[in-house]
Write a protein that binds this ligand. Sequence first.
Ligand SMILES: Cc1cc2nc3c(=O)[nH]c(=O)nc-3n(C[C@H](O)[C@H](O)[C@H](O)COP(=O)(O)OP(=O)(O)OC[C@H]3O[C@@H](n4cnc5c(N)ncnc54)[C@H](O)[C@@H]3O)c2cc1C
Length: 528
Amino acid sequence: MRSARLTILPFTVQTPVQSLHDLQSVSHRVSRFREEVLLSGVQEDCMSKIVILGAGVAGHTAASFLRKWLNNSHDVTVVSPLPNYNWIPSNIWLGLGRMREEQVTFPLAPVYERAGIRFEQARAIAIYPEGSGDLSSPHVVVEKQGDSPLRFPVPYDFLINATGPRLNFDATEGLGPEKFTDSVCTVSHATAAAKHFLDLVERMRNGARCRFVVGAGHGMCTCQGAAFEYVVNLEFELKRHGVRDRAEVIFLTSEYELGDFGMGGAFVRRNGYITPTNIFTESVLAERNVWSITRAHVQKVENGLIHYENLAGEEHKMNFDMAMLLPPFTGVGLSAYKRTGEEITTQLFAANAFMKVDGNYTSKPFEEWKASDWPKTYQSPVYPNIFAAGIAFAPPHTISRPYKNPRGIPIYATAPRTGMPSATIGRVVARSIADKLEGKQGEPYGASMAELGAACVASAGSGWLRGTAASMTVFPIVPDYDRYPKYGRDLRYTTGEIGLAGHWIKMILHYMFLYKAQLRPGWRLIPE
Ligand SMILES: Cc1cc2nc3c(=O)[nH]c(=O)nc-3n(C[C@H](O)[C@H](O)[C@H](O)COP(=O)(O)OP(=O)(O)OC[C@H]3O[C@@H](n4cnc5c(N)ncnc54)[C@H](O)[C@@H]3O)c2cc1C
């Protein structure tokens, strides 16, 4: 795991790579350069290269802690295609015109430069965990966008895949901002959604009536918490703009019941009572006069028309003026190859393109899954120097009970992929790698989602005085019926509240997490 201090940058800017042949020739030149450096002894030291794919919650956290924990002889490189960090939870406010792009993003390059983290603005394409014929060390082939895209290898000793999700709009005909629906998953999506929303507000001011549909654009979506938050905010904004009486608001979800959130629902402690999240969520929507449709799979979307079917197999159509429908997620589609060139993508990745780690992926009936099947170390079982953090790792199974309708269409909420565990996993994986590089013996650290909690604050409004929030905490995220036989969770830490205080928390989290992500003084003291 040792290599010379080496930059492959001289190859990146000058060498357009269009084919595998070109790539091999670049790899060859890199390899020769690397060997020359090694042989000459120039700049040789005991450096290790840690490459992190992705600069989202998980990847950025991992890179920041690695840089803090490792001395500067080790090289920490982040490869990510976008120039900016995006605090995604606040896209909800961006997507309704309550925040501007610069309030939820910041440029990564200056932050990384200050921290001593190398930043390669590029997209990872393929992993060569054993090296290739031309470049003997393990490497990732990345692609830099431009008039003629450049492909080049980035060598690593340790690799963290934190590439998050691919937004799989193609799973549903007509879904997505390039077609007929809106999204708030990215900054550009949320910006377009806000424009659409404010245009409709203007039309309603002039007397129009509009229907807003918010929710899941496919039977196997996750992130219902985000859709729930958007619908509550949208309703709040309609009131604030004085047009609520002209709008119909509908929450459309693949969840079996409201409040499932992909974690099979939960029982929360609230004002001394134990309430199912179903009741909690239903009452939040009912109080706001938001209609809901559960157990739904969107078949296709046309201009202003959603076609969906439900678990009973009934087919329906619904008109809309604006539909913010989240897509299902898959992995980003990295491929992997052995040194011989043999493709090993299916050894490293599950069928949904998320990376297989140390979870139990054997197929078994839903009833037989256990909390202990969830991964702990996020280490690849095939290549121990590869980890997957955040959304990029493959969940071993669903937490909510999976259902199919009479036509065999699966309709249920898939496992939640929230920010708090993503950041914690990023930090824990960084700790495991740092320990290995410091020569410490022992197993990598663990952070199973069956031992981690999560907080979901669905906050409406964006000021300090006007707003309210439905706040929930669950512990653990994956219920553990061996430890907590009655409810699967510890009710001391599984709570639900509604009120202005939750809204303040959400606002504070927005500023605190952006402060932390910018690695400003004391950032380490702010928890994930
Ligand atoms: C609208 C919305 C609201 C949300 N609200 C909340 C909330 O309130 N609370 C909460 O806990 N969670 C929330 N979430 C979930 C939270 O955003 C995710 O859990 C979190 O972003 C996951 O972090 P990640 O690093 O795994 O993925 P991401 O944050 O998606 O980061 C992935 C990174 O990988 C990069 N990347 C993609 N492809 C490649 C590639 N091929 N090569 C290299 N890099 C690549 C991306 O550009 C990005 O930098 C919300 C999600 C959405 C969509």
